[in-house]
Design a protein around this ligand. Structure first.
Ligand code: SF4
Length: 114
């Protein structure tokens, strides 16, 4: 999951972890690391590496914008779609034009920070 610098700073303050301990740079964009054990986001509380395993976000109150909008993601033609990789996508409504605008704004912020 990509995160802005401001979101990473907030997560760092809230968890006491240094930004380097929970992010890596994906093509220059700060991105949340996955746990080597669970294969899921380092902030997901789960004991299983199964992709559809139950889990709980340990930073829910300060989760990044991309987490709030997931499973909406941008398609290659810059339209919001439900992520094919989300095992629960059938439970979500189809994304709207407003969802596309939110994701485009987020993408612009992330690219500006590269
Ligand atoms: S919602 Fe929480 S656990 Fe899920 S990707 Fe975002 S920060 Fe990680």
């Amino acid at each position: 999951m990509p995160v802005t610098k401001a979101e990473a700073s907030l997560l760092s303050r809230r968890t006491g972890m240094s930004i380097e301990d929970f992010t890596w740079k994906n093509d220059g964009i700060l991105t949340l690391l996955n746990s080597a054990t669970t294969k899921a986001c380092v902030f997901l509380l789960t004991s299983s590496s199964d992709i559809s395993a139950e889990g709980m976000c340990s930073v829910y109150e300060v989760r990044p914008q991309g987490c709030k909008t997931y499973p909406n993601v941008l398609s290659e033609n810059d339209t919001a779609i439900l992520d094919d990789g989300c095992p629960h996508r059938a439970q979500f409504p189809d994304p709207t034009e407003d969802d596309t605008i939110v994701l485009l704004n987020l993408e612009e912020r992330l690219l500006r920070e590269r």
